[in-house]
Ligand binder design. Sequence first.
Ligand code: PGA
Length: 259
Amino acid sequence: MSKSARKYLIAGNWKMNLNSAEGAELAKDVVALVGAQTDVAVCVCPTFTVLESVSKVVSGSNVQLGAQNMHFEASGAYTGEISAEMLRHLFANFVILGHSERREYFGETDAIVNKKTLAALAANLKPIVCIGETLEEREAGKVNEVIKTQLEGALVGVTAAAADALVVAYEPVWAIGTGKTATPEMAEEVHAEIRSLLAASIGAEAADKVRILYGGSMKPENADELLAQENIDGGLIGGAALKASSFAALVESAQKLSK
Ligand code: PGA
């Protein structure tokens, strides 16, 4: 399968920004700019309290909804947590899992990310599973080792049947929110490695269907080159997703490359 068979996905990770009114405003602008095109899959991921207002705004457009986290249990005594079914009820299609900020500040381990990934898939949510090395790990020559441990740890029990739904995001921790971006060559090298690890675990045909996003200071100025790489199938966008114009410019980059 060639790259062109995988539809680009541009996903905005709004992190802990915007209240429900502000989120609805941003979503309106995003819908106005890129909500009608169908070349590229587009998704915005607001914080939990903003999901409902944004859900209403994007409904009927080509902009989809995602969450930034979820709990792996379906319901019960888990104060402060949100289940996959609750997200589905608000028409969420995607959920970001194992973001490096969740791993660093909230103690999420590969085992937890694995439970969440399985629960998301079972609830028909598409997981965006985040992996990536720190600067220290890169400098110690451990990139492939870290990627392998995180990817295999997150995907225990995930089969080839999940390939269409599964999204992996490679986010080098040192590039997140720092303005430092991996060069297209550096990113592609890791993306190719991720695809070959996927092939070893779910088979080459299924691995070819999985979208692998790059994340870490992706912006309109560097998107063309990153998105043109053979194994880069989109982006997970933080800072540049908080402005409709820059987010839309990223979608347009992917659109150009889809043709
Ligand atoms: P950034 O964030 O684009 O601001 O670097 C990306 C992310 O954390 O998903």
